[in-house]
Design a protein around this ligand. Structure first.
Ligand SMILES: *Cc1c(COP(=O)(O)O)cnc(C)c1O
Length: 344
Protein backbone atom coordinates (compact mmCIF):
# COMPACT_ATOMS: atom_id res chain seq x y z
CA UNK A 1 0.00 0.00 0.00
CA UNK A 2 1.59 3.26 -1.10
CA UNK A 3 -0.73 5.76 0.56
CA UNK A 4 -3.05 5.90 3.56
CA UNK A 5 -6.51 4.84 2.46
CA UNK A 6 -8.55 7.97 2.76
CA UNK A 7 -11.35 6.56 0.65
CA UNK A 8 -11.75 2.97 1.68
CA UNK A 9 -14.11 1.01 -0.56
CA UNK A 10 -12.57 -2.38 0.26
CA UNK A 11 -15.47 -3.43 2.49
CA UNK A 12 -18.22 -2.15 4.77
CA UNK A 13 -16.30 -3.84 7.61
CA UNK A 14 -13.78 -0.96 7.68
CA UNK A 15 -16.11 1.55 9.36
CA UNK A 16 -14.95 3.04 12.64
CA UNK A 17 -17.28 3.80 15.52
CA UNK A 18 -18.27 7.46 15.56
CA UNK A 19 -18.44 9.71 18.63
CA UNK A 20 -22.04 8.78 19.46
CA UNK A 21 -21.34 5.06 19.25
CA UNK A 22 -18.20 5.38 21.36
CA UNK A 23 -20.14 7.36 23.98
CA UNK A 24 -22.81 4.63 24.08
CA UNK A 25 -20.08 2.02 24.58
CA UNK A 26 -18.47 3.97 27.42
CA UNK A 27 -21.81 4.36 29.19
CA UNK A 28 -22.95 0.75 28.76
CA UNK A 29 -24.17 -1.03 31.89
CA UNK A 30 -22.39 -4.38 31.91
CA UNK A 31 -22.19 -7.70 33.74
CA UNK A 32 -20.77 -11.15 33.14
CA UNK A 33 -22.74 -12.50 30.18
CA UNK A 34 -21.52 -16.06 30.66
CA UNK A 35 -23.41 -15.87 33.98
CA UNK A 36 -26.34 -14.24 32.13
CA UNK A 37 -25.68 -10.97 33.96
CA UNK A 38 -25.16 -8.43 31.21
CA UNK A 39 -28.28 -6.29 30.79
CA UNK A 40 -27.08 -4.50 27.66
CA UNK A 41 -26.42 -7.64 25.63
CA UNK A 42 -29.82 -8.95 26.75
CA UNK A 43 -31.39 -5.75 25.46
CA UNK A 44 -29.59 -6.13 22.11
CA UNK A 45 -30.66 -9.77 21.82
CA UNK A 46 -34.29 -8.90 22.64
CA UNK A 47 -34.23 -5.99 20.19
CA UNK A 48 -32.96 -8.12 17.30
CA UNK A 49 -35.22 -11.07 18.09
CA UNK A 50 -38.13 -8.60 18.04
CA UNK A 51 -37.11 -6.89 14.82
CA UNK A 52 -36.61 -10.22 13.05
CA UNK A 53 -39.80 -11.72 14.46
CA UNK A 54 -38.13 -14.61 16.30
CA UNK A 55 -38.33 -15.79 19.92
CA UNK A 56 -34.71 -15.47 20.94
CA UNK A 57 -31.28 -14.23 19.93
CA UNK A 58 -27.62 -14.77 20.76
CA UNK A 59 -24.78 -12.27 20.47
CA UNK A 60 -21.63 -13.82 18.95
CA UNK A 61 -18.22 -12.37 18.14
CA UNK A 62 -18.38 -12.83 14.35
CA UNK A 63 -20.64 -13.73 11.47
CA UNK A 64 -18.50 -16.76 10.73
CA UNK A 65 -19.07 -18.09 14.24
CA UNK A 66 -22.77 -17.27 14.00
CA UNK A 67 -23.16 -19.29 10.80
CA UNK A 68 -21.11 -22.18 12.20
CA UNK A 69 -23.22 -22.25 15.37
CA UNK A 70 -26.38 -22.24 13.26
CA UNK A 71 -25.13 -25.11 11.08
CA UNK A 72 -24.15 -27.09 14.18
CA UNK A 73 -27.49 -26.34 15.86
CA UNK A 74 -29.40 -27.69 12.87
CA UNK A 75 -27.15 -30.56 11.79
CA UNK A 76 -25.61 -33.47 13.67
CA UNK A 77 -22.38 -35.22 12.72
CA UNK A 78 -22.81 -36.83 9.28
CA UNK A 79 -25.69 -34.57 8.23
CA UNK A 80 -25.42 -32.21 5.29
CA UNK A 81 -26.50 -28.70 4.42
CA UNK A 82 -27.41 -27.49 0.95
CA UNK A 83 -25.68 -24.23 0.16
CA UNK A 84 -24.65 -22.01 -2.74
CA UNK A 85 -21.18 -22.41 -4.27
CA UNK A 86 -20.68 -18.69 -3.68
CA UNK A 87 -22.16 -18.63 -0.18
CA UNK A 88 -20.09 -17.23 2.65
CA UNK A 89 -20.91 -20.22 4.87
CA UNK A 90 -19.57 -22.59 2.24
CA UNK A 91 -16.73 -20.78 0.55
CA UNK A 92 -15.43 -18.13 2.92
CA UNK A 93 -15.46 -19.76 6.35
CA UNK A 94 -12.37 -21.96 6.19
CA UNK A 95 -14.38 -25.16 5.94
CA UNK A 96 -15.51 -24.78 9.56
CA UNK A 97 -18.71 -26.78 9.20
CA UNK A 98 -16.75 -29.80 7.94
CA UNK A 99 -13.78 -29.39 10.28
CA UNK A 100 -15.54 -28.49 13.52
CA UNK A 101 -19.07 -29.77 12.95
CA UNK A 102 -18.47 -32.92 10.87
CA UNK A 103 -21.19 -31.52 8.65
CA UNK A 104 -20.95 -32.12 4.92
CA UNK A 105 -21.74 -29.25 2.56
CA UNK A 106 -23.74 -30.01 -0.59
CA UNK A 107 -22.85 -27.01 -2.75
CA UNK A 108 -25.25 -25.88 -5.47
CA UNK A 109 -24.44 -23.48 -8.29
CA UNK A 110 -25.57 -19.91 -7.71
CA UNK A 111 -27.42 -18.28 -10.61
CA UNK A 112 -26.35 -14.82 -11.76
CA UNK A 113 -29.01 -13.24 -9.52
CA UNK A 114 -27.64 -15.08 -6.47
CA UNK A 115 -30.49 -17.60 -6.23
CA UNK A 116 -30.21 -21.38 -6.25
CA UNK A 117 -32.55 -22.96 -8.81
CA UNK A 118 -35.42 -24.70 -7.06
CA UNK A 119 -34.93 -27.73 -9.34
CA UNK A 120 -31.26 -27.87 -8.34
CA UNK A 121 -32.20 -27.75 -4.66
CA UNK A 122 -34.76 -30.50 -5.10
CA UNK A 123 -32.33 -32.68 -7.06
CA UNK A 124 -29.67 -32.29 -4.36
CA UNK A 125 -31.89 -33.41 -1.47
CA UNK A 126 -31.02 -37.04 -0.71
CA UNK A 127 -33.56 -39.73 0.11
CA UNK A 128 -33.28 -41.55 3.43
CA UNK A 129 -30.81 -44.23 2.39
CA UNK A 130 -27.74 -45.52 4.24
CA UNK A 131 -25.52 -44.52 1.30
CA UNK A 132 -26.20 -40.84 1.78
CA UNK A 133 -25.52 -38.13 4.28
CA UNK A 134 -28.80 -36.92 5.79
CA UNK A 135 -29.96 -33.73 4.08
CA UNK A 136 -30.98 -31.55 6.98
CA UNK A 137 -30.70 -27.87 6.14
CA UNK A 138 -30.99 -25.35 3.34
CA UNK A 139 -28.79 -22.29 3.83
CA UNK A 140 -29.46 -19.15 1.78
CA UNK A 141 -27.74 -15.76 1.89
CA UNK A 142 -29.34 -12.31 1.51
CA UNK A 143 -27.84 -10.10 0.30
CA UNK A 144 -25.44 -12.28 -1.66
CA UNK A 145 -22.66 -10.46 -3.49
CA UNK A 146 -24.74 -7.34 -2.83
CA UNK A 147 -27.74 -8.82 -4.67
CA UNK A 148 -31.15 -8.96 -3.04
CA UNK A 149 -33.06 -12.24 -3.09
CA UNK A 150 -36.77 -11.56 -3.64
CA UNK A 151 -39.12 -12.47 -0.79
CA UNK A 152 -41.23 -14.71 -3.03
CA UNK A 153 -38.13 -16.69 -3.99
CA UNK A 154 -37.05 -17.17 -0.38
CA UNK A 155 -40.57 -18.34 0.51
CA UNK A 156 -40.66 -20.84 -2.33
CA UNK A 157 -37.20 -22.20 -1.58
CA UNK A 158 -38.02 -22.55 2.12
CA UNK A 159 -41.35 -24.24 1.36
CA UNK A 160 -39.56 -26.72 -0.90
CA UNK A 161 -36.98 -27.44 1.78
CA UNK A 162 -39.71 -27.97 4.39
CA UNK A 163 -41.65 -30.37 2.16
CA UNK A 164 -38.54 -32.55 2.32
CA UNK A 165 -38.12 -32.12 6.08
CA UNK A 166 -35.19 -29.69 5.91
CA UNK A 167 -34.75 -26.70 8.20
CA UNK A 168 -33.79 -23.29 6.77
CA UNK A 169 -31.01 -20.87 7.74
CA UNK A 170 -30.42 -17.41 6.34
CA UNK A 171 -26.97 -15.86 6.36
CA UNK A 172 -28.32 -12.35 6.71
CA UNK A 173 -24.98 -10.65 7.30
CA UNK A 174 -26.45 -7.79 5.23
CA UNK A 175 -30.15 -8.56 5.62
CA UNK A 176 -30.82 -4.96 6.71
CA UNK A 177 -29.41 -3.80 3.37
CA UNK A 178 -31.84 -6.19 1.66
CA UNK A 179 -34.77 -4.96 3.78
CA UNK A 180 -33.98 -1.31 3.09
CA UNK A 181 -33.55 -1.99 -0.64
CA UNK A 182 -36.91 -3.80 -0.76
CA UNK A 183 -38.65 -1.27 1.50
CA UNK A 184 -39.91 -4.18 3.63
CA UNK A 185 -39.67 -4.82 7.37
CA UNK A 186 -36.72 -7.09 8.06
CA UNK A 187 -39.06 -9.57 9.81
CA UNK A 188 -40.71 -10.21 6.47
CA UNK A 189 -37.36 -11.30 5.03
CA UNK A 190 -36.60 -13.43 8.09
CA UNK A 191 -39.98 -15.18 8.21
CA UNK A 192 -39.24 -18.17 5.95
CA UNK A 193 -36.22 -19.15 8.06
CA UNK A 194 -35.69 -21.00 11.34
CA UNK A 195 -32.51 -19.07 12.05
CA UNK A 196 -31.04 -15.85 10.71
CA UNK A 197 -27.53 -14.53 11.29
CA UNK A 198 -27.12 -10.75 11.19
CA UNK A 199 -23.82 -8.80 11.16
CA UNK A 200 -23.56 -5.62 13.21
CA UNK A 201 -20.04 -4.93 11.99
CA UNK A 202 -20.78 -4.46 8.27
CA UNK A 203 -22.93 -1.61 7.01
CA UNK A 204 -24.43 -1.05 10.45
CA UNK A 205 -21.06 0.23 11.57
CA UNK A 206 -20.47 -1.51 14.90
CA UNK A 207 -16.87 -2.56 15.59
CA UNK A 208 -17.64 -6.19 16.51
CA UNK A 209 -20.47 -8.63 16.59
CA UNK A 210 -23.16 -10.67 14.95
CA UNK A 211 -26.44 -11.94 16.29
CA UNK A 212 -28.13 -15.27 15.60
CA UNK A 213 -31.91 -15.31 15.96
CA UNK A 214 -34.34 -18.24 16.06
CA UNK A 215 -36.65 -20.21 18.31
CA UNK A 216 -35.95 -20.33 22.05
CA UNK A 217 -35.01 -24.02 21.76
CA UNK A 218 -32.53 -23.49 18.91
CA UNK A 219 -30.95 -20.47 20.59
CA UNK A 220 -30.53 -22.45 23.83
CA UNK A 221 -28.65 -25.07 21.81
CA UNK A 222 -26.71 -22.29 20.08
CA UNK A 223 -25.66 -20.87 23.47
CA UNK A 224 -24.01 -24.16 24.43
CA UNK A 225 -22.30 -24.35 21.00
CA UNK A 226 -21.02 -20.80 21.37
CA UNK A 227 -19.39 -21.78 24.67
CA UNK A 228 -17.92 -24.88 23.02
CA UNK A 229 -16.43 -22.78 20.22
CA UNK A 230 -14.87 -20.37 22.69
CA UNK A 231 -17.28 -17.54 21.94
CA UNK A 232 -18.72 -16.90 25.41
CA UNK A 233 -17.92 -13.29 26.34
CA UNK A 234 -17.99 -11.54 29.69
CA UNK A 235 -18.72 -7.76 29.96
CA UNK A 236 -19.96 -7.82 26.39
CA UNK A 237 -22.44 -5.00 26.98
CA UNK A 238 -19.69 -2.65 25.80
CA UNK A 239 -20.02 -4.25 22.36
CA UNK A 240 -23.77 -4.71 22.56
CA UNK A 241 -24.16 -0.98 23.24
CA UNK A 242 -22.48 -0.33 19.89
CA UNK A 243 -24.92 -2.74 18.26
CA UNK A 244 -27.93 -1.05 19.86
CA UNK A 245 -26.62 2.32 18.76
CA UNK A 246 -26.16 0.95 15.23
CA UNK A 247 -29.73 -0.36 15.09
CA UNK A 248 -31.08 2.99 16.24
CA UNK A 249 -28.98 5.22 13.98
CA UNK A 250 -27.58 3.26 11.06
CA UNK A 251 -30.37 1.22 9.49
CA UNK A 252 -32.42 3.74 7.52
CA UNK A 253 -29.24 5.44 6.33
CA UNK A 254 -28.22 2.28 4.43
CA UNK A 255 -30.31 3.80 1.63
CA UNK A 256 -27.59 6.45 1.29
CA UNK A 257 -24.97 3.73 0.80
CA UNK A 258 -27.13 2.17 -1.89
CA UNK A 259 -27.53 5.54 -3.63
CA UNK A 260 -23.76 6.10 -3.44
CA UNK A 261 -23.15 2.64 -4.92
CA UNK A 262 -25.46 3.50 -7.82
CA UNK A 263 -23.65 6.80 -8.42
CA UNK A 264 -20.32 5.00 -8.33
CA UNK A 265 -21.55 2.32 -10.75
CA UNK A 266 -22.99 4.89 -13.12
CA UNK A 267 -19.81 6.98 -13.11
CA UNK A 268 -17.39 4.08 -13.46
CA UNK A 269 -19.56 2.51 -16.16
CA UNK A 270 -19.03 5.56 -18.39
CA UNK A 271 -15.27 5.06 -18.46
CA UNK A 272 -13.66 3.26 -21.40
CA UNK A 273 -12.78 -0.35 -20.70
CA UNK A 274 -14.94 -0.51 -17.58
CA UNK A 275 -18.05 -2.68 -17.28
CA UNK A 276 -20.31 -2.41 -14.25
CA UNK A 277 -23.47 -4.22 -13.27
CA UNK A 278 -26.11 -2.02 -11.63
CA UNK A 279 -25.93 -2.68 -7.87
CA UNK A 280 -29.00 -3.63 -5.80
CA UNK A 281 -27.40 -2.45 -2.57
CA UNK A 282 -23.93 -1.32 -1.45
CA UNK A 283 -21.61 -3.63 -3.42
CA UNK A 284 -20.41 -2.82 -6.91
CA UNK A 285 -18.55 -5.35 -9.05
CA UNK A 286 -16.47 -3.74 -11.75
CA UNK A 287 -14.74 -5.41 -14.72
CA UNK A 288 -11.68 -3.57 -15.99
CA UNK A 289 -10.23 -4.30 -19.44
CA UNK A 290 -7.01 -6.32 -18.88
CA UNK A 291 -4.79 -3.65 -20.45
CA UNK A 292 -5.78 -1.11 -17.76
CA UNK A 293 -6.46 -3.33 -14.77
CA UNK A 294 -3.24 -3.30 -12.77
CA UNK A 295 -2.31 0.30 -13.61
CA UNK A 296 -5.79 1.46 -12.61
CA UNK A 297 -5.64 -0.37 -9.29
CA UNK A 298 -2.19 1.12 -8.59
CA UNK A 299 -3.38 4.61 -9.52
CA UNK A 300 -6.31 4.32 -7.12
CA UNK A 301 -4.01 3.12 -4.33
CA UNK A 302 -1.62 6.02 -4.99
CA UNK A 303 -4.57 8.37 -4.50
CA UNK A 304 -5.63 6.83 -1.20
CA UNK A 305 -8.54 4.90 -2.71
CA UNK A 306 -8.93 1.34 -1.48
CA UNK A 307 -10.76 -1.36 -3.42
CA UNK A 308 -10.70 -5.15 -3.39
CA UNK A 309 -9.29 -6.83 -6.46
CA UNK A 310 -8.84 -10.29 -4.98
CA UNK A 311 -11.46 -11.53 -7.42
CA UNK A 312 -8.98 -11.73 -10.31
CA UNK A 313 -6.95 -8.73 -11.43
CA UNK A 314 -9.62 -7.44 -13.79
CA UNK A 315 -12.52 -7.84 -11.36
CA UNK A 316 -12.83 -5.28 -8.60
CA UNK A 317 -15.25 -5.05 -5.71
CA UNK A 318 -16.22 -1.62 -4.41
CA UNK A 319 -18.30 -1.37 -1.25
CA UNK A 320 -20.01 1.77 0.03
CA UNK A 321 -20.63 2.36 3.73
CA UNK A 322 -21.07 5.09 6.31
CA UNK A 323 -17.43 6.21 6.19
CA UNK A 324 -17.52 7.05 2.46
CA UNK A 325 -19.94 9.86 1.81
CA UNK A 326 -21.20 11.45 -1.37
CA UNK A 327 -18.15 13.68 -1.56
CA UNK A 328 -15.81 10.69 -1.32
CA UNK A 329 -17.68 9.04 -4.17
CA UNK A 330 -17.47 12.14 -6.34
CA UNK A 331 -13.78 12.64 -5.58
CA UNK A 332 -13.12 9.00 -6.41
CA UNK A 333 -14.96 9.26 -9.73
CA UNK A 334 -12.86 12.31 -10.58
CA UNK A 335 -9.67 10.35 -9.86
CA UNK A 336 -10.88 7.42 -11.98
CA UNK A 337 -11.82 9.74 -14.84
CA UNK A 338 -8.41 11.38 -14.62
CA UNK A 339 -6.70 7.98 -14.93
CA UNK A 340 -8.60 7.05 -18.06
CA UNK A 341 -8.09 10.48 -19.63
CA UNK A 342 -4.32 9.84 -19.42
CA UNK A 343 -4.55 6.51 -21.29
CA UNK A 344 -3.91 6.42 -25.00
C1 LIG B 1 -19.03 -10.80 6.49
C2 LIG B 1 -19.93 -11.93 6.25
C3 LIG B 1 -20.09 -12.95 7.18
C4 LIG B 1 -19.35 -13.02 8.48
O1 LIG B 1 -18.11 -12.50 8.49
P1 LIG B 1 -17.24 -12.24 9.81
O2 LIG B 1 -16.10 -11.51 9.24
O3 LIG B 1 -16.91 -13.56 10.36
O4 LIG B 1 -18.05 -11.42 10.76
C5 LIG B 1 -20.98 -13.95 6.88
N1 LIG B 1 -21.68 -13.95 5.75
C6 LIG B 1 -21.58 -12.97 4.85
C7 LIG B 1 -22.42 -13.00 3.63
C8 LIG B 1 -20.69 -11.93 5.06
O5 LIG B 1 -20.58 -10.96 4.15
Amino acid sequence: MTAVLQYDFRSDTVTRPDEGMRAAMVQAVVGDDVFGDDPTVKRLEAELAGRLGKEAALFVPSGTQSNLIALMAHCERGDEYLVGQQAHCYRWEAGGAAVLGSIQPQPIENQADGTLRLADIEAAIKPDDPHFARSRLLALENTIGGKVLPIAYMEEAAALARRHGLACHLDGARVFNAAVALGEPVARLARPFDTVSVCLSKGLGAPVGSVLVGSAALIAKARRLRKMLGGGLRQVGILAAAGLYALEHNVARLAADHANAKTLALGLGKLPGVTVAEPDTNIVFVEIAPRYASAFAAYLADHGIGITSAYGATRQRWVTHLDVDREAVEHTLAVATEFFSMQT
